[in-house]
Design a protein around this ligand. Structure first.
Ligand code: 5GP
Length: 189
């Protein structure tokens, strides 16, 4: 059986990664989403084990110590990590796994799994990104400012990615990513 692909999606906070990924998963039934572990508190409407597996810092630490994470990183004061067993099981079953992780995580994945497909999602403009960040309305002013400065730093990593996709329109951006995935599948066989 074909081993599932590993598709890494990064991009600045507020660019719309979640919406694009949701649409992508609807478009292709072979795709699975890697639910990460985090010490961040749930946002309103976020569901445990669907958006994230929410962990205490002690729980996260214990899992990291026993190697449960394929990669993990600290982002704006919270820990985030990809569960190794979830990724392995999915890929072994021939399903393509989508990871939504930050630039530090993507760099770890690139080293561990050079065949991973790294995609960076950008906004059509700086103004549009700020507008989307404010519109989300789930973060405090301090949190928003911190995420903006991280986003500027993250943009300097864009050259480490295989593809850059502009989220000017969710349907179009998800379609572009799906096309990249289909091409990678075709060159696997
Ligand atoms: P948020 O708090 O907005 O959900 O996520 C903050 C950042 O953490 C985003 O850039 C997101 O892609 C990243 N992130 C989410 N899960 C993981 C993970 O498992 N590993 C890493 N390295 N970053 C993650």
């Amino acid at each position: 059986m074909r081993r599932g692909l590993l598709i890494v999606i990064s991009g600045p906070s507020g660019v719309g990664k979640d919406t694009v990924i949701r649409r992508l998963l609807e478009m292709d039934p072979n795709l699975r989403y890697s639910v990460s572990g985090t010490t961040r508190k749930p946002r309103p409407g976020e569901k445990p084990d669907e958006n994230y597996t929410f962990l205490t810092p002690a729980e996260f630490e214990a899992l990291a110590a026993k190697g449960a994470f394929l990669e993990h990183a600290s982002y704006n004061g919270n820990q985030y990590g990809t569960f190794r067993d979830r990724v392995e099981r999915t890929r072994d079953a021939g399903r393509d796994m989508v990871l939504k992780i930050d630039v530090q995580g993507a760099e770890q994945v690139r080293k561990l799994m050079p065949d991973a497909i790294l995609i960076f999602v950008v906004a059509p403009s700086e103004e549009e990104l700020e507008h989307r960040q404010e519109k989300r309305g789930t973060e405090s002013a301090d949190e928003l400012a911190a995420r903006r400065s991280i986003a500027l730093r993250e943009m300097t990593h864009v050259g480490h990615y295989d593809h850059v996709v502009t989220n000017d329109d969710v349907e179009r951006a998800a379609g572009e990513i799906l096309e990249l995935i289909r091409k990678a599948r075709a060159s696997q066989t």
